[in-house]
Ligand binder design. Structure first.
Ligand code: ATP
Ligand code: MG
Length: 684
């Protein structure tokens, strides 16, 4: 069996797949079979008798994890093994770990995961003047670089950062008090637990004797340290990655992890893969041309193994509507000629670009999947339901109570909620416990008689449902809607129909979850969907649309990339990093197997206004269109030429660009720069 398994690998891939003990680094370019090699290695280890439960494989997105599971689990006969190996995202692993070991931090394991949007709301309630987005990202940075609030305070040099560090401390206390964990905690808390408990670290490391990580270039300091602890007793860590595809610098990922791997882990075997099996030669050549513009890279060899293939198409459109029309026409004819929609994808750098595409797909009646984009679970009606369910599983969850206490409307105003919260802080009890424990007249004196009555009714409903939940999950779901009339509250609202459709889908989904997983409870459901919403959601035979970040590790026969304009791609502005943008470009181009179309427009409607745009420099850098020099050639005007103008006199051309039928020249008239159309000047 093991021989068969390896027969589809090339020699270097075989060496890697058969490497059993000791650290292993597979460093190679896109489409060279890195993922194939580690999934085969996983099957190989099992085929030679290694206990599947002792193998742990980690990756970044749910979609990548499920694709790898499919690839690997098809390679061995799962009936002969009693347990499947664990193959999941870093965050899922953290979640599973915390379920078992949260008590090490003196916290209960009925914690609830909060997403970025929740995090913003918590932070907003603590601090009004500093933008929540800044707080979210700074706190995330602190956590991922393992800084405690005290250390963050000490390091702060500016007043603003002192304030942020203080909010970080308050935020951490809030999470602990309400037993909430954010996404960063899913990695940070396991690290803390293992760090302070050497025996446990040893035990876990002995449990997972073989650890593999895909896309290692995107790990950050925290993930590296966690991995170190996980493999402390054996160093059987196999990682694969590509420095040219490091695209999470903004989240603290450090390319150093992959560059220094051999120093971090002694006696590392390094395997390089140099053939690309995914893309046609044409696609590969243009991708290589693009990435060569980056200075900060190892520089790897990557040669094609496939046919030359069709030329890459570049679409130029007036605006996003024309762009969408062209792409939809193409996709329709692909599907008509027999292409399976799941082999087709559209990528974009900026999520907002999906809107016009979605509209076009809906009009054309074409099926599509938006992977990781506008998240179902981020819709407010769904978040409300989730908040209800959270309250039902954890009465300490003030955060959720505040969200739904007046939804559907019960006549409880902001003042009432503020009073309850103030009392909750003062007494150290959660809002729900307060409502429950205070006598009716005590609540009346706090919020008035009418509100007190409403709160008591609310309390009784929640308690009834809780009891029902402990008896039967299905009965609970039936009664839930009856009790709160949540769905009904959207009757006759302008967008009620769509919201009710979402609510129905959610109710259907949760029922299905309990049918599929009869042993899991509502808390498990909440935690699972929290992870899903952060990453991605993907299934079925539909055209995929996704951000380039979400497309990492995937491949599609027919690929479209939209929004190839300066500002959108490369994304420019505060904190943007051109080399990282270019790596994103490389990731995007190398997702294509057979056909690739890139598209740019002259203007887009974005953030409430129409903006004029210029095509992306990446089109030139990848050799797909000629640079502005050719414009100069076409126009007969080039940089340095002397020209004369009726009024401004003699000047020298600095730049020439397209401007409709004409050319726009930037001319230096004795120190004054003016933009003049070429038809108004004469060459000397
Ligand atoms: P990325 O960097 O994008 O994650 P990767 O290096 O992980 O790419 P894979 O996804 O494993 O590459 O492989 C790319 C494609 O090449 C897949 O379709 C895979 O089946 C195919 N492939 C890999 N190795 C071989 C091989 N030795 N022979 C034939 N096909 C191969
Ligand atoms: Mg891969």
């Amino acid at each position: 069996m093991s021989e068969n398994l390896l027969s589809s690998l090339n020699e270097s891939q075989k060496i890697a797949a058969q490497h059993i003990d000791g650290p292993l680094l597979i460093l190679a370019g896109a489409g060279s079979g890195k993922t194939k090699t580690i999934t085969t290695r996983l099957a190989y280890l099992i085929s030679i008798g290694i206990d599947p439960a002792s193998i742990l494989t980690l990756t970044f997105t749910n979609k990548a994890a499920s694709e790898m599971r499919e690839r690997a689990f098809n390679m061995f006969d799962s009936s002969i093994i009693n347990r499947l190996p664990l193959l999941c995202t870093f965050h899922k692993f953290g979640l599973l770990f915390l379920k078992f070991h949260m008590d090490e931090l003196n916290r209960k394991n009925n914690f609830i995961i909060i997403d970025t949007d929740d995090k913003k709301r918590v932070l907003k309630s603590m601090e009004k003047d500093i933008p929540a987005a800044l707080l979210v990202s700074e706190i995330s940075k602190y956590k991922n670089s393992l800084l405690t609030p005290t250390e963050a305070k000490k390091n702060a040099q500016l007043k603003l950062y002192e304030q942020i560090a203080q909010i970080y401390e308050d935020y951490e206390n809030y999470l602990e008090k309400n037993n909430l964990v954010d996404f960063d905690d899913l990695l940070l808390l396991p690290y803390k637990i293992l760090k302070k408990n050497e025996n446990l670290a040893k035990q876990i490391s002995q449990k997972y004797q073989y650890i593999m990580v895909d896309e290692y270039q995107d790990t950050n300091e925290l993930q590296y340290r966690l991995l170190r602890l996980l493999c402390s007793s054996h160093n059987n860590l196999c990682v694969v990655g590509d420095d040219d595809q490091s695209i999470y610098g903004w989240r603290g990922a450090t390319i150093k992890n992959i560059l220094n791997f051999s120093e971090h882990f002694e006696n590392t075997l390094v395997v390089k893969l140099e053939e690309n099996y995914r893309s046609t030669d044409t696609i590969l050549n243009h991708a290589n041309q693009l990435i060569e513009h980056n200075r900060d890279r190892l520089g790897k060899k990557l040669v094609g193994t496939r046919v030359k293939g069709d030329a890459i198409r570049v679409y130029e459109s007036h605006d996003e509507n024309e762009e969408t029309r062209k792409i939809i026409e193409d996709i329709k004819s692909l599907i008509n000629s027999g292409e399976n929609p799941k082999n087709i994808a559209i990528l974009f750098r900026v999520n907002a670009l999906s809107r016009s595409l979605e509209e076009g797909f809906n009009k054309a009646g074409l099926n599509y999947k938006l992977v990781g984009g506008m998240k179902f679970y981020e819709r407010s009606e769904i978040k409300d339901l989730i908040a209800y369910f959270r309250l039902l599983t954890n009465s300490n969850d003030n955060f959720s109570v505040k969200r739904i206490i007046n939804k559907p409307k019960r006549g409880l105003g902001k003042t009432t909620i503020d009073k309850l919260e103030a009392k909750s802080i003062e007494s150290g009890k959660s809002i729900f416990d307060l409502i429950q424990q205070l006598e009716a007249d005590e609540i009346s004196s706090l919020v008035g008689k009418k509100n007190a009555r409403t709160l008591k009714v609310f309390e009784a409903s929640v308690l009834d449902l809780k009891e029902l939940l402990s008896e039967s999950k299905m009965k609970f779901l039936d009664s839930f809607e009856e009790t709160f009339d949540y769905r009904a509250s959207y009757d006759n609202l302008p967008d009620g129909f769509e919201r009710q459709a979402n609510i129905d889908e959610f109710y259907g989904y949760i029922r299905d979850y309990f049918i599929q997983n009869p042993n899991l409870d509502l808390k498990d459901f909440l935690n699972d969907i929290a992870l899903e919403s952060e990453n991605d959601d993907y299934s079925g035979e539909a055209v995929s649309m996704m951000s380039i970040h979400a497309s990492k590790g995937l491949e599609f026969k027919k690929l479209f990339i939209v929004g190839m304009e300066e500002g959108f791609f490369p994304l420019t502005g505060d904190g943007s990093d051109l080399e990282e943008e270019r790596r994103l470009g490389y990731v995007a181009l190398t997702r294509a197997m057979d056909n690739l179309t890139l598209s740019f427009v002259h203007s887009r409607f974005y953030k409430g206004k129409r903006t004029s745009l210029v095509k992306s420099r990446f089109l030139t850098e990848s050799g797909l269109i000629k640079g502005s020099l050719t414009i100069e050639k076409q126009s007969g005007f080039k940089k340095g030429d002397l020209v004369s103008h009726k009024i401004f006199g003699m000047g020298r051309i600095e730049k020439a660009v397209n401007a409709g039928k004409d050319y726009k020249l930037t001319i230096n008239f004795g120190g004054t720069h003016r933009d003049i159309l070429s038809s108004f000047v004469e060459k000397i």
